[in-house]
Write a protein that binds this ligand. Structure first.
Ligand code: SAH
Ligand code: SF4
Length: 357
């Protein structure tokens, strides 16, 4: 693509590029509050400036290809990039809008948006569909930011409505650290989408050295660790990255990570039938997380065609959870949101015929 992506730039960078500098704030407002898709609509900019911007920049780096609705209100999107690759984004409805008896609004819907950071993934986890097609490329900050922008526009989500953001779609965010950090800054700009960093969560397969680097940046972001196994031997078979960064290195990195005083580090534990669902694993998990302000999220393995792994029984999930909660460790079971539209990473893209369209 020969045009630059406007969402690739922080407000400060735009102010350097476009003079006078106050124009950057105006452009931010058109892009992130009014969701315009052409420079011509930016009526408070001089006509020549609009034309110049249009020659240089695009406002629409993503194309909406498919949308699938789930019975629980989740909605899954497939977006096309300018080079033909595709990425998935999921809008999760965490709580419905509710009304008082007199018809006034009691509370608004609560949304979480699950965004992608790469096309494919290098990490190659055995249970993950995103990994199956290998790695294509990193997304730019603008391609990451635009995912949320497209979702907000398509769902008429007002600019000042709060949303939570999780980097849990396709890709390993810490393997694309610079673009991801830049997108976090753009998302949180008070003149843009103004999503506080404590509403943003980065999920990682555990690149310990990058966790340390991210921590040193003091962004105030939440961290989620995809742990999935409590001993290195099993973790290596499920997640080859464990050979480079073992469990101890992850735990050490987490212990150094600056955590918001009202928050906890989330440990995701994908439960796979007869692989990691026994009580001895729960016991080991408890001692591993001793001394960490942690919260465990048990996830049902979401099966797909061709996988050798199976979904655990509800009984085993609950037994596992109870073992932990009874001993004082906060532990939730992730609702299978969007299960009927297979909302685990990589699963819509696969149905649509792979990485590129
Ligand atoms: N690469 C990052 C973020 C994207 S994956 C990471 O691994 O943390 C987001 C989450 O989806 C991870 O916890 C991952 O383990 C989980 N996941 C992958 N395949 C899944 C499947 N088939 N069913 C359920 N969860 C899955
Ligand atoms: Fe990559 Fe995460 Fe999938 Fe592992 S689970 S292959 S790290 S996207």
């Amino acid at each position: 693509m020969n045009k630059k992506i406007i969402q690739d730039y922080t407000k400060e960078e735009l102010a350097e590029m476009i003079k006078p500098a106050f124009r950057a704030k105006q452009i931010y407002s058109w892009v992130y509050h009014k969701y315009v898709e052409s420079f011509d609509e930016m009526k408070n900019l001089p006509k020549e400036m609009r034309e110049k911007l249009d020659n240089e920049f695009t406002l629409t780096p993503l194309k909406m290809l498919t949308v699938q609705d789930s019975k629980d209100g989740s909605r899954k999107y497939l977006f096309g990039l300018h080079d033909g690759h595709t990425v998935e984004v999921v809008l999760l409805l965490m709580r419905d809008k509710e009304y008082h008896e007199d018809g006034s609004v009691k509370h608004q819907e609560r949304y979480t948006v699950c965004i992608s950071s790469q096309v494919g993934c290098k990490v190659g986890c055995a249970f993950c569909l995103t990994a199956k097609d290998g790695f294509m490329r990193d997304l730019t900050a603008g391609e990451i930011v635009s995912q949320l922008l497209m979702i907000k526009k398509d769902n008429n989500i007002d600019a000042n409505r709060r949303v939570n953001l999780v980097f849990m779609g396709m890709g390993e965010p810490l393997d694309n650290l610079d673009a991801v950090v830049k997108s976090v800054k753009i998302f949180s700009d008070p003149d843009g989408m103004a999503i506080a960093t404590h509403r943003q969560t980065i999920s990682t397969s555990g690149l310990s050295s990058k966790i340390v680097r991210l921590g040193k940046m003091e962004l105030g972001i939440n961290l989620a660790i995809s742990l999935h196994a409590v001993d290195d031997e099993l973790r290596e078979t499920l997640m080859p990255i464990n050979k480079a960064y073992n469990i101890k290195s992850i735990i050490d990195a987490v212990k150094e990570f600056p955590i918001n005083s009202r928050k906890r580090v989330m440990f995701e534990y994908l439960v796979i039938k007869n692989i990691n669902d026994d009580i001895s694993a729960a016991k080991k998990l408890l001692s591993l997380l001793d001394g960490i302000k942690a919260k465990v999220n048990l996830i049902y393995f979401n099966p797909y065609g061709g996988t050798e792994f199976e979904r655990p029984s509800e009984k085993d999930m609950v037994t596992f959870q109870e073992y932990l909660t009874k001993r004082g460790l906060l532990c939730t079971i992730r609702e299978s949101k969007g299960l009927d539209i297979s909302a685990a990473c990589g699963q819509l893209r696969e149905q649509e015929g792979g990485a590129a369209v």
